[in-house]
Design a protein around this ligand. Structure first.
Ligand SMILES: [Zn+2]
Ligand SMILES: [Zn+2]
Length: 226
């Protein structure tokens, strides 16, 4: 029986049986879907209780959400212009003016305007995908850039989180199974390695015996011909 793999969604972390669409966040989990998702990752967050573990998004994706009316003036947003602190969208530089408010003085503004007619603060976009906007950020880590792979089920078993169930076994069964050469249970890879090494040493012995036989035969023939 093929074992169904248990995996964590790389986008939201929900643990589930392997499938192409995450049951929690709806993310497409095939390589193309993950590549597309990665291209939307960035330092901006929109507080969403239905998907609290979603990765950050690019400025452009957040602007898209504003245009789609998924962000309103009192939505909670954090990003490079808020020093990653949650602030209502109408106070967030880069976002507030798109919602018709000056982030600084709360004046009504046209979403297309470049500055506030009242306090003269300028509006702009923040497209740097890698900048969290923290002045004294720790050095950038460059080793963990890829996210487009699943955690294997063994890696999940190693964690201390919600225990995943291994097939139940009473203590005496494994020994009996080994004796019968049953290799379908958990832990079988190690057993198979052992079996393989025993087989290969048996094979070596057989080759040695044959070689010995041939050498003795030649020796006997040589002696007889003298
Ligand atoms: Zn997910
Ligand atoms: Zn203003």
């Amino acid at each position: 029986m093929a074992k169904q793999r248990i995996l964590a969604c790389p986008l939201c972390g929900e643990t589930q049986y392997e499938q192409s669409v995450c049951k929690q966040c709806g993310g497409k989990l095939d390589p193309d879907g993950l590549l597309l998702a990665e291209s939307s990752f960035g330092p901006w967050y929109l507080r969403d209780e239905e998907n609290p573990f979603a990765p950050g998004m690019t400025y452009d994706l957040l602007v898209h959400k504003v245009r789609e009316e998924n962000v309103h003036r009192f939505s909670l947003v954090r990003g490079p212009t808020t020093r990653q602190l949650w602030i209502v969208a109408k106070r967030v530089p880069g976002i507030a003016h798109l919602l018709g408010r000056c982030h600084k003085c709360d004046e009504h503004v046209d979403p297309t305007s470049l500055s506030c007619p009242s306090c003269e603060v300028t509006f702009g976009g923040y497209r740097d995908r890698d900048s969290l906007g923290l002045e004294e950020a720790p050095p950038k880590k460059v080793t963990t850039t890829g996210v487009s792979s699943f955690l294997g089920d063994t890696a999940i078993f190693d964690t201390c989180s919600e225990p995943m169930k291994l097939p139940e076994k009473s203590p005496e069964t494994p020994r009996r199974e080994e004796g019968e050469g049953n290799i379908s249970g958990p832990g079988s890879p190690a057993f198979r390695v052992l079996q393989r090494s025993i087989e290969s040493s048996k094979r070596k012995n057989r080759i040695l015996m044959v070689a010995l036989g041939v050498v003795s035969l030649i020796l006997i023939l040589v002696l007889m011909n003298r």
